[in-house]
Design a protein around this ligand. Structure first.
Ligand code: SAM
Length: 259
């Protein structure tokens, strides 16, 4: 994993699913995936996760604890896509809770803006086209930062984590929700069969694009185990780094604090 995220300058390789690609190429390939699936992304999330992504995101929001009173609480939702985590957070919080969705993909953001308008949340959730590796926000400007099912798509995860730390206020918390390692005997075989045999087929039926979903399941397997990801968070300067495995380890909720 070392060369994947610690190197720079275009000389190193990384992975795009199970393929090895030049580090500088990965982002373009990831962007094609999300441009291709943007319109059907939310439907596919429900189908692929059997609705579980909703429970995982609700747990994330309960850990964020946006204040119920009018106190100001500013969330930065990195790789926030179509806005799910941000909508749930402002709905759970009081009138002072607002969110900024930062994502590199205009197609995903466009769907997110439409959803915000339909939910009546356009005044509390803003959408900004931005690369997680170089966030266009001032130091110490957010109370919390999240990245849900996004970090494994970012070529230089270490940079994205450092950037999230930079823009957090001291005491601000960072949460990373990401697929992890199944740690329940028997569930791993079922999960593998479901991922590799069913998901690309569902992707083909719903989006007409099996390859994008093949990438998504492969990228899940290439993501580092939770201990290694916790080390990356510590390397980015976070303290009190911890994680909670969810649903037998299918997903983990990682957290850290900017002191
Ligand atoms: N967080 C949303 C959710 O949970 O529904 C969307 C997750 S989606 C699986 C991954 C998102 O990461 C996509 O919207 C994609 O455009 C975004 N992404 C990929 N690379 C990125 C980067 N370098 N900077 C910002 N966003 C990125």
């Amino acid at each position: 994993m070392a060369a994947d995220n610690l190197a720079d300058g275009g000389a190193a390789d990384t992975h795009f699913g199970f393929r090895t690609v030049p580090l500088g190429e990965k982002q373009r390939m990831v962007d094609e995936v999300f441009h291709s699936v943007a319109r059907r992304y939310d439907l596919m999330n429900d189908l692929m996760s059997l609705g579980l992504h909703r429970a995982w995101k609700d747990l994330l929001v309960s850990r964020l604890r946006p204040p119920k009173n009018g106190r100001s609480f500013k969330l930065l939702d990195v790789a926030g896509g179509t806005g799910d985590v941000s909508f749930r957070t402002v709905e759970a919080g009081g009138a002072g809770t607002s969110a900024t969705v930062a994502d590199i993909n205009g197609g995903m953001l466009g769907v997110g803006r439409e959803r915000a308008a339909a939910l009546g949340l356009a005044d509390r959730v803003e959408f900004v086209e931005a690369n997680a590796e170089s966030l266009p926000f001032a130091d110490r400007s957010f109370d919390a930062a999240t990245i849900a099912f996004g970090i494994r798509n970012v070529p230089r995860m270490d940079k994205a984590l450092s950037e999230m730390r930079r823009v957090l206020k001291p005491g601000g918390r960072c949460f990373v929700l990401e697929f992890s390692r199944v740690d329940v005997p028997g569930l791993d075989a079922v999960y593998d069969a479901y991922s590799f045999k069913l998901i690309p087929g569902i992707g083909r039926l719903v989006t007409g694009d099996a390859d994008s979903y093949q990438y998504l399941v492969e990228s899940i397997r290439k993501f580092p185990p939770p201990e290694a990801f916790a080390d990356l968070m510590r390397g980015a300067g976070f303290k009190r780094v911890d994680w909670t495995p969810l649903t037998g380890g299918i997903v983990a909720l990682h957290s850290g604090v900017r002191i």
